[in-house]
Design a protein around this ligand. Structure first.
Ligand code: OAD
Length: 254
């Protein structure tokens, strides 16, 4: 890890009035949750996004789609927040004006103790009726192994099939969440972008929008991404290594 970058980033963050933290799948990688686009281990290297994460896939075969998302929900249930999630939560608890915006559909930020401003791609744990949008809050069956097919439950109100509460390719982002994400990114003094490949829009536009609005942009990612060309500082390290190191250097006390 480039510790000079961590020191520089901590200096920048210490003097910031407000910090927005934008996270992607890499944030949860060290909790054992696979990312989407990492070679070999990424979900899209093993599964076909078009067959699982689109409205068309749902129309064609809801039981296959539901089974895949419930398997992922089971994986998250078995996982724990990592040192990066915990450091962000501690930072947020000790400093006013640190907001968290995530593309992740897991709940690891919350389980670490963070308040999340926006889940822009929804949540694995907020299924809703595909017909009338009524929230479904009964317990769902969570398969511990990937299963080919699992019949989605039915909505108690209208009998429609219950769908995962996530955003699929080709769908609009939830407006309230997006507005909150955009506001957090474009009003912060410092924007920390952690563990995202920066290729899925509109989220991928937030670092540049933040920079245009005057923020100092910092990327934390062990790999090169397009965000590197927007960021003022890049920390080439994993979330669970870099974020605790940055927060440690802030000298927040306990
Ligand atoms: P990706 O899988 O596209 O990118 C993950 C990023 O995390 C890559 O840039 C990795 O280098 C980085 N990474 C891997 N391990 C890391 C670690 N331990 N610490 C820090 N970074 C690490 O995931 P996202 O950018 O989040 O959307 O993907 C964006 C969207 O594409 C997802 O929300 C999902 C997906 O299709 C929907 O499902 C709508």
């Amino acid at each position: 890890m480039n510790t000079d970058s961590v020191g520089d980033v901590a200096d920048v963050c210490r003097s910031a009035g407000s910090v927005a933290i934008l996270t992607g799948a890499g944030m949860s990688a060290e909790s054992g949750i696979p990312t989407f686009r990492d070679a070999q281990t990424g979900l899209w290297a093993q599964f076909d996004a078009a067959a699982l994460a689109t409205p068309e896939a749902w129309q064609r075969d809801p039981a296959t789609v539901w089974a895949w998302y419930q398997w992922r929900a089971a994986l998250v249930r078995k996982s724990e927040p990592n040192a990066g999630h915990r450091a962000i939560a501690r930072w947020q608890q000790l400093t006013p004006h640190v907001s968290v915006v995530t593309q992740n559909v897991d709940d690891l930020h919350e389980r670490a103790g963070s308040l999340v401003t926006a889940h822009v791609h929804g949540s694995l744990f907020q299924p809703r009726c595909s017909r009338c949008s009524t929230v479904f809050d009964d317990e769902c069956v969570l398969p511990t192994e990937p299963v080919a097919s699992l019949e989605p439950p039915r909505c108690a109100r209208c009998g429609g099939a219950v769908r995962p509460g996530v955003v699929w390719f080709g769908e609009e982002l939830p407006r309230t969440e997006w507005n909150a994400a955009d506001a957090a990114a474009t009003t912060a003094d410092v924007v920390l972008v952690i563990g995202t490949s920066g290729v899925v829009y509109p989220f991928a536009a937030l670092p540049e929008a933040a920079r245009d609005a005057g923020a100092v942009v910092v990327e934390v990612n062990p790999e090169r991404t397009p965000i590197g060309s927007v960021a003022h500082h890049v920390v080439r390290a994993t979330a669970a290594t870099a974020v605790p190191a940055i927060v440690e250097r802030l000298g927040l006390g306990t």
